[in-house]
Design a protein around this ligand. Structure first.
Ligand code: ATP
Length: 235
């Protein structure tokens, strides 16, 4: 579904991604691992149109999407849940969800879709008329994912969904991600610093280090690879 080849992103003199190749199969969960500054967030931002690559190509279902703007990518089915959640604090839960669905230009979906999100994330249903700023960290993450799902994506890019959450809360979010993959065939690209969490849910994983891809394999193989774990995954 997604085919990234030779992707290069620079911040001025800093090369954040250095010729990264990546293939994401339809309906799979792929984890992007690596320590601070490895380039994980930059990769997601480049894939969602927020950074213009200096070089390389990105294809989605065989179409070149390398230099498309974020709004065009949303229309093509790519949704991004940024690190730090990115919900709008002053808006209610319901308003945030509806905002995510506006791209679809479908009034019926705005109603039925919010209902689907409340089924997926029941804590949000009780708080639908509260402002997002009143939510706990876990509820904000649920809202951020729900808002992205309201655009009915085929590919969901998730930046550190378990960051700062209690293990019980992140387990619940991971369970929802699994359900989405299994029942809706959603494809997920998941950035995580917590390798254990990510490898337990992913089919495949790539490891970035200083902007380069240093490993790319099935999650089971990487989880069992002591050299990779010790060198790059801090476990
Ligand atoms: P983290 O987990 O800390 O977010 P990361 O793997 O997501 O790390 P990136 O945030 O993608 O890494 O950063 C990759 C490199 O690019 C780092 O060297 C970082 O310092 C640099 N970088 C990131 N954003 C900028 C920016 N806006 N301006 C300059 N350099 C940046």
């Amino acid at each position: 579904m997604l085919d990234v080849s030779g992707l290069v992103v620079d911040y001025g003199p800093v090369r954040a991604l250095d010729h990264v190749d990546l293939v994401v199969e339809q309906g799979s969960i792929t984890a992007v691992l690596g320590s601070n500054g490895a380039g994980k967030t930059t990769l997601l931002r480049a894939l969602s149109g927020l950074h213009r690559p200096r070089d390389g190509a990105v294809q989605l279902d065989g179409h070149d999407i390398t230099r498309l703007a974020p709004e065009d990518l949303v229309r093509l089915g790519v949704a991004h849940v940024p690190e730090g959640r990115g919900v709008i604090a002053e808006l209610t839960v319901e308003e945030n969800l509806r905002l995510g669905g506006l791209w679809r230009r479908d009034r019926h979906w705005l109603r039925s879709g919010t209902g689907e999100m409340y089924d997926l994330f029941p804590p949000l249903a009780d708080r639908r008329h509260q402002r997002a700023e009143a939510l706990s960290g876990g509820e904000r993450q649920m809202l951020a994912i729900g808002r992205a799902l309201m655009s009915r994506p085929e590919l969901l890019l998730l930046d550190e969904p378990s960051l700062g959450l209690a293990p019980r809360v992140s387990a619940r979010i991971v369970a929802v991600l699994r359900t989405l993959r299994e029942e809706n065939g959603l494809t997920l690209l998941l950035v995580e610093q917590n390798a254990a969490t990510a490898l337990s849910v992913a089919d495949r994983a790539v490891v970035l280090h200083l902007g380069r891809k240093v490993a790319d394999d099935t999650a089971d193989t990487l989880a069992a690879d002591d050299r990779v774990r010790r060198a790059y995954l801090e476990v």
